[in-house]
Design a protein around this ligand. Structure first.
Ligand code: URA
Length: 204
């Protein structure tokens, strides 16, 4: 199977995930599951938390207000969505934008693991506390009990099943939506992403 076929297999499994507590909510509302989007050869993968309403209505990750801010940040380092891959820890929308539960994270994170194994990125940028906690734990990073307030913008060199990887936790873009100071922190942290762009190709 090539990468596209493997991702398609994951997509079908998520669509049929009847044992998920979010399955009925999705089908009752005609929501889509939100699978990752972007280049399957990306060197940089962004991992958010779970789809919001706009994402569930369109099936596209980060296409609502948080996504607009993410686009601004990508533009600030001249990186386009086509060069990266964006996905989430959980692929179906939790009710009323609540955080996904531990049980939901356990159920869906195996799809994230498989996407990472297919793409094998050199850099993973975690947007928010939940994807940070999940990937730190997976990589055996001890500081995993620290808060995102302590860890944001710090670079961690580690290993995942497929090889060496750099993990960079950032605040979730939603954190910056209502507060210009938070936005500044996020944009400052995002400058770190520049370091990794050399070999992934900048937009002209
Ligand atoms: N927030 C997320 O974490 N993911 C999305 O896709 C959209 C908003």
């Amino acid at each position: 199977m090539n990468k596209k076929e493997e991702i398609e297999k994951i997509r079908k499994e998520i669509l049929n995930l009847k044992k998920s507590p979010l399955y009925k909510y999705r089908t009752d509302n005609n929501y889509f599951s939100v699978i990752g989007k972007g280049s399957l050869d990306a060197k940089i993968v962004f991992v958010g938390e779970a789809p919001g309403e706009k994402e569930a209505l369109s099936g596209i990750p980060f296409c609502g207000r948080s996504g607009k801010l993410l686009d601004e940040m990508l533009l600030s380092v001249k990186l386009s969505r086509e060069k990266i891959y964006i996905t989430n820890l959980v692929n179906d929308r939790p009710q009323d934008n609540r955080d996904p539960t531990k049980k939901e994270i356990k159920l869906y994170s195996k799809f994230l693991d498989r996407q990472l194994e297919i793409i094998q990125p050199k850099v993973i940028i975690m947007l928010g506390r939940l994807s940070m906690n999940y990937l730190f734990e997976k990589a055996g990073i001890k500081q995993k009990l620290e808060s995102i307030g302590e860890m944001h913008g710090k670079i961690f060199k580690t290993r995942l099943s497929y090889g060496e990887v750099i993990l960079l936790p950032l605040y979730h873009p939603a954190y910056a939506l209502y507060n210009p100071n938070n936005k500044k922190v996020l944009f400052d942290d995002f400058k770190k992403v520049k370091k990794f762009i050399g070999d992934v190709g900048r937009e002209k």
